[in-house]
Design a protein around this ligand. Structure first.
Ligand code: UDP
Ligand code: MG
Length: 138
C-alpha cells in the first residue's frame, strides 16, 4: 500500500541548479510526485513549519536559510514513503550521511543540507497540508 511523505528541495539546492537532479533521484527511488510548488517562504511560514525547533540554538539561522531563496515543496507517494525518504535523504549532517544519499551528494553543511523529509506519517500529513489542499494532490 503506497502512502505519503513530504519533501522540501531547500534553497541551496535550488540556487545550485540541483532541483531536477534531486527530483530525478526521488523518481528513480519509486516516489510519485502528487503535488509540487515553487515557493518563497515568509519568515512566518518558515517559523511555523519548523515550530518544533523553536527553542533550539540553530533556529534563527535555520529560518534565515529557509527564507534565503525559493524552495520546491512536494508531496510524494510510495510504499514505506516516510522511512524510505529518510533513508535516501541521509543523515542531517551531510558529512555523516551515507555514500550515495542526497545529502551526501548535494548538501553543504548541517544547516544547508539540500532537502527536507518528514519524520513520521503524522508529521507528513501536517506538512503536506501546510502547502497543499487535498484537491491539489494528483
Ligand atoms: N539544522 C541545523 N543545525 C543543527 C540541526 C539541524 O541547522 O544542528 C537544520 C537543518 O537544516 C535540518 C533542520 O534544521 O535539516 C531540521 O533539523 P532536524 O533535526 O529535524 O533534521 P532533519 O529531520 O532535517 O534531518
Ligand atoms: Mg526533522
Amino acid at each position: 500500500m503506497p502512502n505519503r511523505t513530504f519533501t522540501i528541495i531547500k534553497p541551496d539546492s535550488v540556487r545550485k541548479g540541483n532541483f531536477g537532479k534531486i527530483i530525478s533521484r526521488l523518481e528513480d527511488e519509486g516516489f510519485r510526485v502528487l503535488g509540487l510548488k515553487k515557493v518563497s517562504l515568509s519568515r512566518t511560514q518558515a517559523e511555523g513549519f519548523y515550530a518544533v525547533h523553536r527553542e533550539r540554538p540553530f533556529f534563527p539561522g535555520l529560518v534565515d536559510y529557509m527564507t534565503s531563496g525559493p524552495v520546491y515543496a512536494a508531496a510524494l507517494e510510495r510504499s514505506e514513503a516516510v522511512p524510505h525518504l529518510r533513508k535516501v535523504m541521509g543523515a542531517t549532517d551531510p558529512a555523516k550521511a551515507d555514500a550515495g544519499t542526497i545529502r551526501k551528494d548535494f548538501g553543504e553543511s548541517i544547516e544547508q543540507n539540500a532537502i527536507h523529509g518528514s519524520d513520521s506519517d503524522e508529521n507528513a500529513k501536517i506538512e503536506i497540508s501546510f502547502f497543499f489542499a487535498e484537491s491539489e494532490l494528483l
